[in-house]
Design a binder for this molecule. Structure first.
Ligand code: ZN
Length: 125
């Protein structure tokens, strides 16, 4: 893959992810919302509503965590582009492949090593 193509891909992805994260910030995952949950629980009239709100918040937080992890991967890939190591598997040193980089511009591992890493994450080493 052409380095400049990869860079524009990654920068577009970074902008998109930043936008997603900013969108969540606008919805106000901040202390004022925590306060309102605190009030609800002290009144304790609507336990079902409180449960739903807690669930929604946990979902939002996990989405933000995922977005931030993806952003970190994109930043990492841009750094590797600068260093000239972009597109090479970090585990085995072989090319990751254009098709995979097209689909996942921030990929750090080739397909084989990605599958191995996911198996290890699931079952432990
Ligand atoms: Zn590999």
């Amino acid at each position: 893959m052409d380095a400049e193509d990869a860079r524009s891909h990654l920068e577009a992805e970074r902008d998109r992810l930043s936008g997603v994260r900013a969108g969540f910030d606008d919805e106000g995952l901040d202390s004022s919302e925590t306060d309102s949950v605190g009030e609800l629980s002290s009144i304790d009239q609507h336990p079902a509503d409180l449960g739903t709100e807690t669930f929604e918040r946990e979902k939002d937080v996990s989405i933000i965590e995922q977005v931030e992890a993806e952003l970190a991967d994109v930043e990492h890939a841009l750094q590797r582009l600068d260093e000239g190591t972009y597109g090479v598997c970090e585990a085995c040193g072989k090319p990751i492949g254009d098709a995979r980089l097209d689909a996942m511009p921030a990929a750090r591992l080739c397909l084989d090593d990605q599958a191995r890493a996911e198996r290890q994450a699931r079952f432990g080493e």
